[in-house]
Structures are given as structure tokens and as C-alpha cells.
Design a protein around this ligand. Structure first.
Ligand code: SF4
Length: 743
């Protein structure tokens, strides 16, 4: 009998006394024998990886002995164990460099969340009614295998859909290989997918990836809407680089210019913030290039293929003179001329574009235009410019691009597997994801929480939390080194959960046949060790005497990363030319305002709205907490008769929502903005029924040239509904009546 299997049943008076102290005298708990050696009062710092956004920051987790209520062998009891207490950035990790964003710190609350799913659940009521019964893992796995076996035998494409959040590391290999045995491909749902930037980088430089920014060595930065200090790309690495650019070089402070239609957290740091109408970013970038070319500050040929791909580049972009841009978009021509000259004179200068500018219908073309400007400024693959991280050293199975219209082919679906994705919250109602799921005969979710999508499941097989899991990642940007992060669990699981990849390996073996052959590992850490064996052969033989030492050193350090590498040289795709296109918007003159949803600093895409620390943290610009808001320019508000905190209705052709108004001069008069993240209808006690979801009223338009939602291309009308309330830090907090029930 293993030590962990041996339960010391003490039904102890001590335990009961302890629980009485916690106000829970009704149930007696057994006390389990500790599963690990721990030193009371001594903290251990264990490496891990932040999974709360795609940036892939390396972390260190402070683990100390504590006592927790846990489930072992189906039995609830008390266990002395190592408990994660605090998360910091891993100083040795090339992406985080010892720092984290606020979201990374709050990752601790995922593990200890009171509404985590603690054991497998089977639906008992109507689909979506929230009626479940607890079942054993044996029962749960039998049900899943029972549903999948006929599909494996039939080998008919289209019967299984595997819907995932962005897959990291070898999880992608495990999930993809599993799906492939059923002739299916994972469908990734990522709201902020940066598809336009990646497609543009493929077009301009031959690399379909996000760029790595070397801001620390830049002298001049022009950003088109990229919130690179808050939520875009690798914000921690970029914030560190930005700090170096501004203060790290005595006597030399780089200049930063931001074009956007609403002041973002990043824009608030700019030396010059310039109002730019939504969708005009690419035209302004080409106008800057026009000035540089026409004043012979650079030659057209110096931009190479990234410039040549733009129609009219060789002749100096005559259609993009500053005068024409001023007439068309209202951005002052003289300002464009001055900025173009400054950028050309202050090398290294770099131009960036990110969401929401690339979430317009012409976002891909705008990103191609900014790439050409970058190439013209000589900032590609050079210090102080952009480059691309070396391609991952670990073999990963490529995942099929997200298909916006997968619903159209869902008629023959028999089973859906959900891995952490919440497409019902993250897609416009008109995509019909909810209807497609409701009509699917069987849905199994591997989620840790009930959300809008997992609430439709027939079976829930709850995953461990990230701190309880083996993690790995190969970040796509943020460093010019090859980075392959890996981390063992920092603590034992609290509940009766199972690691998703381990469970899939188990299910594959029970199903047998091709799926068992495709997933030959017994456990996920075995798969990781095998991938590090490959990495050792390719890259790591200089840093360890053998593959075993390489593997154990990587676990101690939080991964393996190469020495500083030379930036990957740019290689354009070539081919024909692209003609710049004006943005298109959904909504006639009856809808006079551009609707600009934006990523929330605290909730990212809404997946973090269940964390009370994130609800409690004031938004850095508005200081709003525990709610949402609609940003309206003060002059517009005056015309509409709207005052701060009034409830307004925002209506598009696709729906309407209500939220309190935040009246501010930091937004263009014809733009209405709203953070994404709140408005959950079913996502734990902290997020449910709080605020409104701007995605729910978006038009189902796509960014041309990609499969992505053009989520900043909807037009709306706004009207005052009545008085309302906006909760802001230090401004409107009231003490709750003592009778209020705690959520
Ligand atoms: S940027 Fe923040 S949320 Fe994203 S991985 Fe890093 S710490 Fe986590």
C-alpha cells in the first residue's frame, strides 16, 4: 500500500475542534497522512508558468506548509501539505525577467476558488439548467469511452469536434493527436487571436508569428493602437523593454507616439497621443512612408519585399500624401510630416500595430502597411526594432486555424470535447455557437469552472489547476532566445480532479486502436520528458552531460532557453501586390458611433472575471471596479444629455446592452468604447450577472484576408435610459448593509 493510499482515520476531536473554529461544526473530517516531507515555516520557491494569457511568463511560486481540506480516494479530509502562497516572476526566465502583470499575481486564486469543480459531474436536468450529480472517475471515463468508441470505429469526419482555448506546448500535441485519430482537428477559440498581425507578418516577412520587440534599444516608437504595456503580445517583456528605453540609458530617452481613437493604458504613457479614426491606421502609416520616400530620407528599395508588396510603393505612394490623409481622416498633415522626419532621423525607430487596430475589416492590410513602414525605417531584424523568436525547438503539431464558420458544418456532430474554451461568451450571437452546441448529442467538458459553454455539457471531467499540473510552453514572442518552459506541479491537487492530458492518455489507451498508437505515453510528464530528450539532442548537449541531467535542470530552472541569439533575418513571402482598402463598418447612418470593445487590463478576454482580486482591482485608467462601463466623450455626452454614471443603452443592428456611462475627454467624439470581460451569465459567484458583454452586440464581420472576427467594426447608437451607478475606487464605495448576503 502506498503512503498516500493509507488514510489515518482519526475522526479526530482535534480536527473537529479546528473546524468548529472555522464555523463549520457539522461535519467531521478525517486527517490524512502528509504525502510529502515539509519543513514548517520554511518557504520553497518553485518554478511554474503563467497560463492566464498567451504571453507565457515564467513564474516562481512560494510554497509553504499549510493545512487544507482535500479529497483523496473519494474521501474529504484534512491534509498537511505544501500550499502555494504567492506568485512572482521568475528572474531567470527570458520572458518575465522577474516581473509579472497583475493578472499573473491573481493566478493563485484559480486554485483556491470556492466555485472550482471538485469532482466529475453528470448532467441530470435539462441541458444548461445547472443540475448535476457527482460521479466517480470510473463512471465518468466509462461514459466518455462509450460515446467515443462508435466514432472511432466509424472513422467518419465531422462527428467529433474538439474545441479548445489556445493550446500550449505538448498539450497541443496530445489534443491534436487524439483528435486526428477521429479525423478531426482542434478548433481554437481565441478572441484576441492577432490573426491579422500574423497573416501580415507572413506576407511581409515570411513568419506567421507575433513580433518580438526590442524596445530597450529603440529611440523612437510609433504605435498604432497596440496596447503593448497592458494586454497585447508579451506585455511584461515589453514593459521591461519600454522602461529601459525611457530611463535605462542615461541622457537618452526614447520618444513614444501613439495613434488610436481611445486612450489606452499604453496610450496614456505616450509623449504624443494622436486621435486616429478607427480603420485609418494603415493609411496613416503609408502617409508616414510617403513623406520618408518623397523627402528621400530612405529609398523605396530599402524596404525590400515588405515595401514592394504594397501597391504604389515604388512610385512613392502618391495616394497617401499627408494633405489627402488630413482631408479624409482629419489627422493633421503637418503632424504626419513632422513625425515621419523625426522617425527617420532617430534610428532605431520602430512602428507597431496591434488590436484593436487590426480588428477592423482592413486590419490585415493596415498591418502590412505598418510592416512596410518598419522595413523602410530599417527596424526589422535589427537592435531596437522587431524580430521573430527562433522557431520552437520542440516539435509541436500544428493546429488548424480557427474556423469562424465551423458551425455551418456541425450538422453531423455527435460529440464535442471542450478544453477551456468559452465560445458562447466570446463570439457574437449570430455565429450560432450556442445553438450548435445545444443540438449536439453529447458534450464533455474538461473545464475547472462552469461557464456559459461548459454549462451545456453532459459530462464534466474537471482538470487540475495550473499550479497542480505539469506545464510547458514555447512562447511565440517576447524573446529572441529559443525558450522552452517546463514546470512540474508546485502543489498536490486539492480536489478530486485529473490532469486533462493525463486523462486523454488514459482514455486513448482504453479506446485502443489508432488513438492508442497516436498517444503512446503513459503519463503527460513522460511525453514532456520525451520532448526534452529531442531538445537535448538538438540544442542542449552543451549545457548538460546527458538527457536526464538536461531534463532535471530544466525542471529546477523552469525550462531551457538558448543563449542570446541573433534575430531571425526577415524573408518576405513575395508574390503580387496588395492594394490598401478603406475600412468597412456594420451599421448605417442610424448608428452614428464606432463601437470599440477593448481588452480589459484585469479580465483580459473575460476568462479572468471569476477572480475576486481582478474584480476588486481598479482599472488603471477609469478606476472602475466590480463592474463595467461605457466610455463616452464629454462633448458627445452633453449632446445626448448623459451624465457620469447614467445608465445608457448601446444598440447595434445585432442587439443592445445597458451599462453606466463613463464621461471622459480621452476618447474621440464619434467613438463609444467598452471593456471586454464582464457580462457573464454563468461564471461563478463573482462574475455572474455583473455588467454587460460587448461581444453580444457585435456584427459577425471578418477581418478581410483572415478567418477572424472584425470585432472593432460595428457601429452603434446610444441613448440615455436613466440614472445609474458606477463603482469607482475611492469615489463611490459604500459600506454594504450587514444583511447583504456575501457572494
Ligand atoms: S502577461 Fe500577465 S497574464 Fe500574461 S502570462 Fe504574463 S503574467 Fe500571465
Amino acid at each position: 500500500m502506498q503512503r498516500r493510499d493509507f488514510i489515518k482515520i482519526t475522526a479526530a476531536t482535534g480536527a473537529v475542534a479546528a473546524l468548529e473554529g472555522c464555523g463549520n461544526p457539522d461535519h467531521q473530517l478525517i486527517r490524512f497522512i502528509p504525502e510529502e516531507e515539509l519543513l514548517p515555516g520554511i518557504a520553497a520557491w518553485k518554478p511554474s508558468i503563467c497560463t492566464l494569457c498567451p504571453a507565457g511568463c515564467g513564474t516562481l511560486v512560494r510554497v509553504m506548509q499549510g493545512e487544507a481540506e482535500v479529497v483523496r480516494n473519494g474521501q474529504l479530509g484534512l491534509l498537511k501539505m505544501g500550499l502555494a502562497k504567492k506568485i512572482e516572476g521568475n528572474p531567470a526566465h527570458p520572458i518575465s525577467q522577474g516581473k509579472l502583470c497583475p493578472r499573473g499575481h491573481a493566478a493563485l486564486q484559480v486554485t483556491y476558488h470556492p466555485d472550482r469543480i471538485r469532482t466529475p459531474l453528470q448532467r441530470t436536468g435539462q441541458r444548461g439548467a445547472g443540475q448535476w450529480k457527482e460521479i466517480t472517475w470510473d463512471e465518468a471515463i466509462k461514459q466518455l469511452v462509450g460515446q467515443l468508441s462508435p466514432l472511432l470505429a466509424a472513422k467518419q469526419p465531422g462527428q467529433l469536434a474538439v474545441i479548445t482555448s489556445p493550446l500550449k506546448g505538448q498539450r497541443r500535441t496530445v489534443v491534436s493527436n487524439f483528435a486526428a485519430a477521429f479525423k478531426a482537428s482542434p478548433i481554437e477559440f481565441e478572441f484576441f487571436d492577432n490573426a491579422a498581425v500574423k497573416a501580415a507578418n507572413q506576407q511581409s516577412f515570411g513568419v506567421a508569428a507575433l513580433p518580438t520587440l526590442d524596445l530597450a534599444h529603440s529611440n523612437y516608437v510609433i504605435s498604432f493602437g497596440a496596447d503593448f504595456l497592458g494586454t497585447w503580445n508579451a506585455p511584461v517583456a515589453q514593459s521591461i523593454g519600454y522602461g529601459e528605453m525611457r530611463k535605462g540609458r542615461p541622457g537618452q530617452r526614447g520618444k513614444f507616439v501613439q495613434f488610436e481613437s481611445r486612450v489606452s493604458q499604453t496610450g496614456a504613457n505616450a509623449d504624443e497621443w494622436i486621435a486616429c479614426p478607427p480603420g485609418a491606421e494603415g493609411a496613416v502609416a503609408l502617409s508616414l512612408a510617403h513623406v520618408i520616400l518623397s523627402e528621400k530620407l530612405r529609398t523605396a528599395a530599402s524596404a525590400g519585399a515588405a515595401g514592394a508588396v504594397i501597391e504604389g510603393w515604388a512610385t512613392g505612394l502618391p495616394d497617401f500624401s499627408p494633405e489627402k490623409i488630413e482631408k479624409q481622416f482629419g489627422v493633421h498633415g503637418e503632424l504626419i510630416r513632422r513625425l515621419a522626419r523625426e522617425a527617420a532621423a532617430n534610428s532605431p525607430a520602430v512602428a507597431l500595430i496591434g488590436e484593436p487596430s487590426t480588428a477592423q475589416s482592413n486590419g490585415f492590410l493596415s498591418a502590412v502597411a505598418v510592416n512596410a513602414l518598419n522595413a523602410l525605417l530599417g527596424s526589422v531584424g535589427k537592435p531596437g526594432g522587431i524580430s521573430f523568436a527562433p522557431s520552437s525547438a520542440v516539435k509541436l503539431v500544428p493546429v488548424k486555424a480557427p474556423a469562424a464558420d465551423w458551425v455551418k458544418s456541425s450538422a453531423g456532430l455527435k460529440v464535442v470535447l471542450l478544453f477551456g474554451a468559452n465560445p458562447r461568451f466570446l463570439t457574437p450571437a449570430e455565429w450560432g455557437i450556442g445553438d450548435a452546441l445545444v443540438n449536439t448529442p453529447f458534450i464533455a467538458s474538461f473545464s475547472s469552472f462552469i461557464d456559459e459553454t461548459s454549462s451545456l455539457a453532459d459530462l464534466i471531467l474537471p482538470d487540475h489547476s495550473p499550479l497542480e499540473s505539469w506545464l510547458d510552453d514555447s512562447p511565440e514572442s517576447g524573446s529572441t532566445r529559443t525558450v522552452v518552459s517546463v514546470a512540474p506541479p508546485v502543489m498536490a491537487p486539492l480536489h478530486n480532479t485529473r490532469s486533462m492530458p493525463d486523462l486523454l492518455l488514459d482514455v486513448a489507451q482504453r479506446l485502443g486502436g489508432e488513438v492508442a498508437k497516436a498517444l503512446r505515453w503513459k503519463t503527460y510528464d513522460e511525453a514532456l520528458k520525451a520532448s526534452f530528450g529531442e531538445l537535448y539532442k538538438k540544442q542542449g548537449s552543451k549545457s548538460a552531460k546527458d538527457a536526464d541531467e538536461f531534463w532535471s535542470k530544466a525542471q529546477e530552472r523552469g525550462g531551457w532557453w538558448s543563449a542570446e541569439e541573433k534575430a531571425v533575418p526577415a524573408a518576405a513571402k513575395g508574390g503580387g501586390t496588395l492594394k490598401y482598402a478603406e475600412p468597412k463598418f456594420d451599421g448605417s447612418a442610424d448608428f452614428p458611433f464606432h463601437f470599440l470593445p477593448f481588452p480589459s487590463q484585469m479580465f483580459y478576454d473575460g476568462s479572468l472575471a471569476h477572480l475576486p482580486w481582478m474584480q476588486e482591482a481598479p482599472d488603471p485608467l477609469s478606476s472602475v471596479m466590480w463592474g463595467t462601463w461605457v466610455e463616452i466623450n464629454n462633448r458627445t455626452a452633453e449632446k445626448l444629455g448623459v451624465k457620469m454614471g447614467d445608465t445608457v443603452e448601446v444598440a447595434s443592428q445585432h442587439g443592445s446592452l445597458r451599462a453606466p456611462a463613463l464621461v471622459t475627454p480621452a476618447i474621440a467624439p464619434d467613438v463609444i468604447a467598452m471593456p471586454i470581460g464582464q457580462g457573464h451569465t454563468n461564471y461563478t459567484r463573482y462574475a455572474t450577472g455583473r455588467g454587460a458583454n460587448p461581444i453580444s452586440i457585435l456584427a459577425p464581420m471578418k477581418v478581410e484576408g483572415t478567418e477572424s472576427l472584425a470585432w472593432a467594426a460595428t457601429r452603434v447608437k446610444v441613448s440615455r435610459v436613466g440614472e445609474g451607478k458606477i463603482v469607482m475606487f475611492g469615489a463611490s464605495m459604500e459600506e454594504l448593509p450587514s444583511t447583504t448576503k456575501h457572494r
